[in-house]
Design a protein around this ligand. Structure first.
Ligand SMILES: *[C@@H]1O[C@H](CO)[C@@H](O)[C@H](O)[C@H]1NC(C)=O
Ligand SMILES: *[C@@H]1O[C@H](CO)[C@@H](O)[C@H](O)[C@H]1NC(C)=O
Length: 268
């Protein structure tokens, strides 16, 4: 049940925080000739972090002349990979929920539903781990590439000692940090769910010989026997009158002995 609620929700958090991101940094170039300065150069960037396409104008500190500069790096592959996995995980978890709730019979048919669910859960766990790791690495690179101190190194004017370059503010990272956290949370959630989906397949029981390890379906069958015996015994004892009462009291005595251990075994 946890999976049903949290998997789509966590997936939404992961791709919304990453895919919806836009950030800004701001640097200042204080030229020797103050009139040439620009103390507030804003640089905007956003998902999917093709930073090599992000450009801005910086003063050259030689009159009104400016240069056009580009940030460095393209981190779209890891960012897009992450968001794609998150979107597909969201869609799959929704689909699985719908199938599980509304098409139980089809889901159980030939054990096909649990089998597919198991494989998909393993695959998505793996993809969450890979894409979150890739995106965590991508994000740390994005942080370096958009660090105002790094951006200053790109500007020609800042290579002249006399001009003072500084950072006004860096980008806010909380949204993207959250996306990485949710990426790994999703991995934990899906990987943890492998066990529960695995139980649905019934594979772990086929190797065992004890009724206690029998599958839910089988266990249901096993349970029926002692329960029925018990209820026969009880009803016989309660409504026991005349011949029937004697008979049922025998079955009661006989019923208790095997019922006890079996039901214990089933409970364990
Ligand atoms: C400042 O700029 C003016 C012209 O724009 C120039 O004549 C002067 O030499 C510059 N001063 C410095 C210190 O570079
Ligand atoms: C400084 O740069 C910004 C772009 O980041 C530009 O909009 C602004 O006009 C510039 N200011 C001056 C004084 O050139």
């Amino acid at each position: 049940m946890c999976m049903v609620i949290f998997a789509p929700l966590f997936a939404i958090f992961a791709f919304a925080t990453c895919g919806g991101y836009s950030g800004q940094l701001r640097v200042s170039v204080d030229c020797v000739n103050k009139t040439d300065s620009n103390l507030s150069i804003g640089i905007n960037f956003a998902y999917p972090f093709r930073l090599h396409q992000v450009f801005f104008n910086a003063p050259l500190c030689q009159g009104k002349k400016q240069e056009q500069l580009f940030l460095i790096g393209d981190y779209s592959s890891s960012a897009e990979f992450f968001v794609t996995i998150a979107v597909f995980a969201f869609l799959y978890s929704l689909l699985a929920t719908v199938v599980y709730i509304f098409f139980q019979n089809k889901y159980r048919e030939n054990n096909r539903g649990p089998l597919i669910d198991f494989i998909m859960t393993v695959v998505f766990s793996f993809l969450w781990l890979v894409s979150s790791s890739a995106w965590a690495k991508g994000l740390s690179d994005v942080k370096v590439a958009t660090d105002p101190d790094e951006v200053q190194l790109l500007m020609t004017a800042c290579k002249v000692q006399a001009n003072k370059c500084g950072s006004v503010h860096g980008p806010i990272w909380s949204g993207l940090n959250t996306s990485v956290v949710f990426g790994f949370l999703n991995f934990v959630l899906w990987a943890g769910n492998i066990w529960f989906v695995f139980k649905e397949t019934g594979w772990h029981k086929s190797g065992q010989r004890y009724p206690s390890g029998a599958s839910e379906k089988q266990a249901g069958g096993f349970n029926q026997q002692p329960y029925n015996q018990g209820s026969f015994g009880q009803s016989g004892g309660l409504s026991g009158q005349g011949d029937l009462g004697q008979q049922s009291s025998y079955s009661q005595v006989g019923g208790y002995a095997p019922t006890g251990p079996t039901s214990f075994a089933n409970q364990m």
